[in-house]
Ligand binder design. Structure first.
Ligand code: SF4
Length: 138
């Protein structure tokens, strides 16, 4: 490969992996942005012996977020707080159906709340059933 070719390859690698990439080339496209197939947004594990693990779920029961990605973050779910045997305060999410309410609905809910995650500080729920994430300064 010629020096010019190597320079171009190095330049391409730098541009495509650099933090400046999004400034130079725009936001990186995700595979989900290039397909109309939305099967990745959820599924129902009909073989699970615990299904339905929550009652009152709206739409198709979404098992994709069985271990809720918001467990360590502030969320609008109706959780209760308990202290485990190690003295750590934890969420009891038994009454929450939000990560299970339909394929698209649960997917959109989780994505929205993960956009600007705020670490949960162990306090009781104060935003009960509110669907909008807290505003944070960026
Ligand atoms: S209350 Fe609901 S949304 Fe919040 S962490 Fe538990 S399961 Fe997730």
């Amino acid at each position: 490969m010629s020096l010019a070719g190597r320079t171009s390859a190095a330049h391409f690698a730098l541009v495509t992996t650099s933090p400046l990439r999004s400034l130079l080339l725009g936001p990186r496209m995700q595979p989900k942005d290039t397909t109309t197939n939305e099967a990745f947004k959820g599924f129902t594990n009909t073989a699970c012996p615990f299904l339905p693990c929550h009652t009152g779920v709206r739409g198709q029961f979404n098992c994709l977020f069985c271990y809720c990605p918001l467990i360590a973050y502030r969320c609008p779910g109706p959780y209760k707080v308990f202290t485990d045997r190690n003295g750590i305060r934890r969420k009891d999410c038994s009454d929450c159906t939000l990560p299970h309410n339909g394929y698209g609905g649960a997917w959109n809910f989780i994505q929205k709340w993960l956009e600007r995650p705020v670490v949960w500080d162990g306090h009781e729920q104060t935003r009960r059933y509110q669907m909008k994430p807290p505003r944070t300064r960026s």
